[in-house]
Design a protein around this ligand. Structure first.
Ligand code: ATP
Length: 235
């Protein structure tokens, strides 16, 4: 479904990504791993059209996206849960969800998807009239994922969902993402610094260092890889 080839991108004159290639298939959870500043978020921003690629290609279901607008990319069904969640903190849970229904089809199906996300995240149903800014960190992350789901993604991109959250909540959110991938056959691109948690739920993983993919393997093979163990798992 998503095939990124030799992607190059950066900020101004500074090149950050150097020939990054990766693939996500339907129903697959793919992890992008790396430490601070490795280029993970830049990879996601380039895929979603927030920054322009300077080279390479991003093909999604046969469509070249590298030179398209972020709106067009969103309309293809690539929906991102951004790092830091970026909710509308002065609006209620429900209003935030409504804003996730970005096109007519998603709006028409809002009643159905709203029920679905409340089923997935019961805590949000109880708090649907609560102002988003007053939710706990974990609840806000759930809302950010729920809002993305309302848009009916074909590819869901999660950027650092573990940031600032208790391990148990991270586990819950990741489990839900994986179940969605399996049940609804959507691809999940999981950007994570917590390599242990990411590999526990992923099918495949890419390790990015200094803007380059230095390793790519099945998740269970990455767990056993000496470089991954030493550099990211502390063993
Ligand atoms: P983290 O896990 O800390 O979020 P990351 O792997 O997502 O890290 P990126 O955010 O992609 O890393 O950053 C890669 C490089 O690009 C870093 O050197 C960073 O300083 C630089 N960078 C990121 N955003 C910008 C920006 N808006 N302007 C200039 N440089 C940037």
């Amino acid at each position: 479904m998503l095939k990124v080839q030799n992607l190059c991108a950066g900020y101004g004159n500074v090149q950050v990504l150097w020939n990054v290639s990766l693939e996500v298939k339907d129903g697959q959870v793919v992890a992008v791993l790396g430490s601070n500043g490795a280029g993970k978020t830049t990879t996601v921003r380039t895929i979603t059209g927030m920054i322009q690629a300077t080279g390479g290609s991003v093909v999604f279901n046969g469509e070249e996206l590298a030179d398209r607008s972020s709106r067009f990319i969103l309309e293809q069904g690539i929906i991102q849960v951004p790092e830091g969640r970026q909710l509308f903190s002065g609006m209620t849970v429900r209003e935030n969800l409504e804003l996730g229904a970005y096109d007519r089809e998603a709006k028409n199906r809002f009643a159905e998807t709203e029920e679905f996300v409340y089923y997935v995240f019961p805590a949000l149903k109880e708090r649907r009239r609560q102002i988003a800014g007053t939710l706990s960190g974990g609840e806000q992350q759930m809302l950010a994922v729920a809002r993305a789901l309302v848009g009916q993604p074909k590819l869901l991109i999660l950027d650092e969902p573990s940031l600032g959250l208790a391990p148990k909540i991270v586990d819950d959110i990741l489990k839900i993402a994986v179940n969605l991938a399996r049940e609804r056959n959507i691809g999940v691109l999981l950007v994570e610094q917590d390599v242990n948690k990411a590999l526990a739920v992923s099918d495949y993983g890419y390790v990015i260092e200094n803007g380059r993919v230095v390793l790519q393997k099945k998740a269970e093979e990455l767990k056993e890889n000496e470089h991954v163990k030493k550099a990211y798992l502390g063993i």
